[in-house]
Design a protein around this ligand. Structure first.
Ligand code: KG4
Ligand code: ZN
Length: 369
């Protein structure tokens, strides 16, 4: 028996492929996503409807607008995922849905929709921890011959809402090593992007701009330099960028900064962020002695971080597993990966829909599951 990071107990008998289809739903923030999995590692379809355009003009996610948009898109998104996978309701073994953490209104849309579908079709519905999904993403089969990560491992989960380092002996034994003391890493990327007039969401914009910049032309402090432990901190770097702009000739209108200056500042910021993430990960590997690390969450799309991690892994003799960018940002395939085993067990035991309430959880530390 293994206790999954998503909570609950699974027998561990679920197949990696060729099992009964499970419909997974993710709606914790600003992506409405549905996926069909036919095993713990096999994705038959994944559909993501992004609300980026809706929130961009507000410079961040507006929770009420997010909930309303989920209501509008969840049924077409789920239908499309089922059509692309070629499955109907009567083929499904059950549903896995993100229960938290996240925006309450957004989570409620996904959970209510999944419960309604489960009740109508007498299918089991299980709740999944969003971070357990990010954690599981690197195990999804993305190409034939793909090597999944090995246990024990260290996981660096970095997104717009979370940034933490975990150690896991196996699928159930997850221990928190350190977490951000202030902003999440993605939040820092987003805030600096806004400051530089690059809009929201900022990660990809800074990533693109920084590629053409010279990081050495602006001096920014390294977070938690010389401090022991594996916690993370990003608000100091963000504030240092703010001060650098405030001392510059473009303080009145940062958007008027010449493109090359802006690219250099973006590159300096990104270099400090990437350096800090890799340094903390290095400590975690030294402290635990693992031979494998996984890096997941939206920030793991960052090209500078990905290439730096690969070089670091080669130099350190550590296997580095990062999902493809489309599975790093929020998606339902990862939720299916984290929830498949429990749905499978319920299906095999002949359990249908359970009227037991499945509440959503805005705050839900992974290590408390
Ligand atoms: O995992 P995710 O889709 O949602 C959360 O669970 O938060 O992560 C979104 C975050 C945003 O802050 C976004 O700016 C960041 O991931 N992100 C990036 C990149 N692409 C997305 N950060 C840095 N570089 C990128 N290329
Ligand atoms: Zn996420």
């Amino acid at each position: 028996m293994v206790i999954l990071p998503s909570g609950g107990v699974a027998t561990g008998d679920a197949p990696a492929a060729n099992g009964p289809p499970v419909l997974a739903i993710e709606s914790s923030c600003d992506e409405t996503s549905a996926a069909v999995l036919t095993g713990t590692r096999t994705v038959a379809s994944v559909v993501v409807s992004s609300q980026v355009a809706l929130h961009a003009r507000f410079g961040g996610v507006v929770p009420e607008l997010a909930s309303r948009a989920h209501v509008m898109s969840i049924t077409p998104v789920a239908r499309q995922a089922m059509a692309e996978a070629g499955v109907g309701w009567s083929d499904l073994a059950g549903l896995a849905v993100t229960r938290g953490p996240g925006l309450v209104g957004s989570l409620l849309v996904g959970v209510s929709w999944a419960r309604g579908a489960g009740m109508a079709r007498n299918l089991p519905v299980i709740g999944v921890h969003h971070l357990a999904g990010h954690w599981r993403a690197p195990w999804l089969e993305v190409a034939s011959g793909f090597d999944p990560p090995a246990w024990p491992c260290v996981a660096l989960l970095v997104s717009g809402g979370h940034s933490a380092l975990y150690h896991a002996e196996g699928p159930g034994a997850v221990r928190l090593l350190g977490r951000t003391l202030d902003d999440a890493a993605g939040e820092a990327w987003d805030k600096v992007s806004r400051l530089l007039g690059l809009g929201y969401p900022g990660g990809a914009a800074i990533d693109a701009l920084a590629a053409g910049g010279q990081p050495g032309r602006w001096s920014l402090p390294t977070p938690l330099q010389g401090r022991p432990g594996m916690d993370l901190s990003f608000s100091g770097v963000k504030t240092a960028v703010l001060h650098a702009v405030a001392r510059s000739p473009w303080r009145e209108d940062p958007a008027s900064m010449p493109p090359s200056e802006r690219a250099d500042l973006a590159a300096a910021f990104q270099a400090v962020m990437v350096g800090s993430l890799v340094e903390r990960l290095d400590r975690a590997v030294a402290a635990t002695g693992v031979g494998c690390v996984i890096v997941s969450g939206g920030v793991a799309c960052n090209r500078a971080l990905r290439s730096r991690l690969r070089a670091w892994g080669d130099a350190r003799g550590v296997a580095v597993s990062i999902p493809p960018a489309s599975l790093c940002t929020d998606n339902a395939a990862m939720i299916g990966a984290a929830g498949y085993a429990r749905v499978f067990d319920a299906w095999r035991a002949g359990r249908g829909y359970s009227p037991e309430p499945l509440d959503v959880l805005a705050h839900w530390p992974l290590e408390e599951v």
